[in-house]
Design a protein around this ligand. Structure first.
Ligand SMILES: *Cc1c(COP(=O)(O)O)cnc(C)c1O
Length: 402
């Protein structure tokens, strides 16, 4: 009976514990930098706010450059941030059957106007950086690594975010370690780090009202982040949105135009800092679970399962697969999306295909990204996704593919 009232979250978030809510210190950034082996991290109120600060800082260094190149399959907030700064967005199509930017398309899109290229580590897996770094070097552009989904992912033994000029992580609800909303900036360049700090010191207001709201939301997250609470907070709105024929709202891709911009208070930093003590063990367990399940999914005929590239380790918030065609992706979602078993979609569309973004996104056709969005499904890597639930999902997919 209870089983039907449970909802497995679509991603593996690190659950908060009661003791986290009574923090003593607030050394969130220092703790994470030590764990990840990064230079000092800069905390902002969201991943998007971190991206805004990175773009504004880089623009001051290269005032003649005003174009930002992003993959066509990424978070709508990235497009909203670029638009918000008055910069020009260019969408790079992905390579076939993947979310990485297509190398040739990227080379054609970049020129002396390019301010930054934003390779994106989706699903906690390390993106290709060789092509973006080479193209950026050729044109004198910067590289911003979007590691919003990849806190803890490693590339050649180092944290992601350090090969590009700047990297950012998200601490939003559902993205691993969370303080409900938060973001981190990282760079290996000392001068740039000081410039990023200076931009934030100049541009980010305190806004205690926003901080109070986020603190209450974090308490709500702590109270409801378990399978019964998630039914209420996530499952019921999901089903309502799908009933109303609104998959964009169902996955939460319908972001408001305004990006909150304020300082993160001491209490939330303290909560994050306490929860972060459990992050290394959490990531290790998630990875072990994910690698075993990837092996199971690989046996399904006709699906592409996304895995770690050589010399990289993922942070594995969920498993991502590509169905052989859009028809079977729709069928899989019809059978599983509202089953409570952690099956979902990452982004419903490629960026040009969101109606609500039409005034902010160029209407360039990006057929590979559109095809990718229509065929991709995600399977939660939450620890609440037990073996029985996972095997049920595999059996449904196998019947569909057989
Ligand atoms: C979530 C996300 C962002 C934005 O991060 P927020 O902390 O939600 O502002 C940016 N890029 C990607 C790929 C994301 O998944």
């Amino acid at each position: 009976m209870l089983r039907r009232l449970r909802e497995i979250p679509p991603t593996a978030g690190l659950p908060l514990q009661a003791a986290d809510l009574l923090p003593r210190g607030d050394a969130l950034t220092a703790r994470l930098a030590a764990q990840l082996g990064t230079p000092p991290l800069q905390l902002e109120c969201s991943g998007t706010a971190a991206l805004l600060i990175a773009l504004a800082t880089l623009r001051e260094r290269a005032p003649g450059r005003d174009v930002v190149v992003v993959p066509a399959f990424t978070c709508p907030l990235v497009a909203i941030a670029v638009h918000r700064l008055g910069l020009t967005l260019r969408l790079c199509d992905t390579r076939p059957d993947h979310w990485d930017m297509d190398r040739r398309a990227l080379a054609e899109l970049c020129d002396e106007r390019t301010l930054a290229i934003v390779p994106t580590h989706l699903a906690g897996l390390v993106a290709d950086l060789d092509a973006p770094l080479a193209v950026a070097r050729e044109h004198g552009a910067f590289v911003i690594e979007d590691a919003a989904q990849a806190l803890g992912a490693r590339d050649g033994g180092h944290s992601v975010g350090l090969r590009g000029d700047v990297g950012f992580f998200s601490l939003a609800a559902g993205k691993g370690l969370s303080i409900f909303e938060g973001g981190l900036l990282v760079t290996r360049d000392d001068d740039l780090r000081h410039a990023l700090y200076a931009t934030a010191a100049r541009d980010v207001p305190a806004k205690p009202g926003w901080e109070l709201r986020r603190s209450l939301e974090l308490l709500g997250l702590a109270a409801l982040y378990h399978p019964l609470g998630l039914r209420l907070a996530y499952g019921i709105p999901l089903r309502r949105a799908l009933r109303e024929g609104d998959p964009v709202a169902a996955v939460g891709d319908d972001f408001p135009p305004d990006i909150p911009f304020h300082r993160v208070g001491r209490w939330r930093r303290g909560v994050g800092s306490r929860a972060a003590t459990r992050l290394p063990a959490f990531l290790a367990a998630n990875r072990t679970r994910a690698l075993a399940r990837v092996a199971r999914l690989r046996a399904l005929p006709g699906v592409t399962v996304f895995e770690e590239a050589p010399h990289t380790t993922g942070s594995w918030p969920f498993l991502m697969l590509l169905m052989p065609d859009a028809h079977r992706a729709r069928a899989a979602l019809a059978a599983l999306w509202t089953s409570g078993l952690g099956v979902s979609r990452l982004f419903v569309h490629a960026l040009p295909d969101y109606v609500y973004l039409a005034d902010r996104v160029p209407h360039t056709p990006t057929p590979n990204a559109t095809d990718f969005a229509a065929r991709a499904i995600t399977i939660s890597n939450s620890h609440w996704m037990d073996d029985a639930s996972f095997e049920h999902v595999v059996a449904v997919l196998a019947a569909m593919l057989g």
